[in-house]
Design a protein around this ligand. Structure first.
Ligand code: PGA
Length: 266
């Protein structure tokens, strides 16, 4: 069996300043050696990118990213942070369109498209998040919402660009609630995203991570589904011991084919 390349992405949100980030790195490094078949991504607060990049610089399996960037490289955007700025201090990735950006800060689909395009143009990897709210899910609009969110990104990119895009499916109702999507539900939406991209002429298999209340208790069953290429984790990534356990358990997940649902045909 060939080992899968899994991505374990930690989204620290508005937690851990530079000193805490360094202390985290020191403990985490001792607990989690580099291993074949997995990569570790960290999205600290912007002010902690430099400290974390420095503390983890010996590890080729680790990459640091920004949680949010502006699409313009510079200018009169008070409070904004540009891609050249985060790149200068060590970021090689950026989250785009996280649901907290969309729902708490009013980020639009169109802005998500612009940021994704700008990240690619600047040579960093965008981790583009999509996902439905509880009301949208209950209203039977999950597919429609995901297709709309993807549509804005598709409109901003050329098909070869997708080779460098990574996506995350993060149902909004699962984020920070302790209520994760079931492995089958997550797998089904990952299929939907891939089918939609395929329908729109994207020739690559885009890696898709799942996010939303991932923990050491559920990570192995989620990653047992071959449709999931990794996890994007908030709360359970905040302390080094807990995050090391999520990474360790997830890395040992045994892949089994998903059953129990029909692929959504176009
Ligand atoms: P959570 O957050 O793991 O705390 O649910 C995930 C995310 O927002 O990326």
């Amino acid at each position: 069996m060939t080992a899968r390349q899994l991505t374990f992405a930690a989204n620290w949100k508005m937690n851990h300043g530079p000193a805490e980030a360094r202390a985290f790195a020191e403990k985490f490094l001792a607990l989690t050696p580099a291993a074949e078949g997995r990569r570790l991504w960290f999205f600290p607060a912007a002010v902690s990118i430099a400290a974390l990049a420095d503390a983890l610089k010996g590890r080729s399996d680790v990459t640091i990213g920004a949680q949010n960037v502006h699409w313009e490289p510079k200018g009169a955007f008070t409070g904004g942070i540009s891609i050249p700025m985060v790149t200068e201090v060590g970021a090689r990735l950026t989250l785009v369109g996280h649901s907290e950006r969309r729902h708490l800060f009013g980020e639009t689909d169109e802005q998500v498209g612009r940021k994704t395009k700008a990240a690619l143009a600047a040579g960093i990897t965008p981790l583009v998040c999509v996902g439905e709210t509880l009301a949208e899910r209950d209203g039977g609009r999950t597919e429609q919402v995901i297709v709309r969110q993807l549509g804005a990104v598709l409109a901003a990119l050329q098909s070869p660009d997708w080779e460098r895009v990574v996506m995350a499916y993060e149902p909004v109702w699962a984020i920070g609630t302790g209520k994760n999507a079931t492995p089958d539900d997550a797998a089904q939406i990952h299929e939907l995203i891939r089918m939609e991209l395929g329908r729109k002429g994207v020739p690559h298999r885009v890696p898709i991570l799942y996010g939303g209340s991932v923990s050491s208790a559920n990570v192995a069953s989620l990653l047992s589904r071959p449709q999931l290429d990794g996890v994007l984790v908030g709360g359970a990534s905040l302390n080094p011991e807990g995050w090391a356990e999520v990474v360790d358990r997830g890395s040992k997940a045994k892949v089994r084919p998903s059953g129990g649902f029909d692929l959504i045909e176009g």
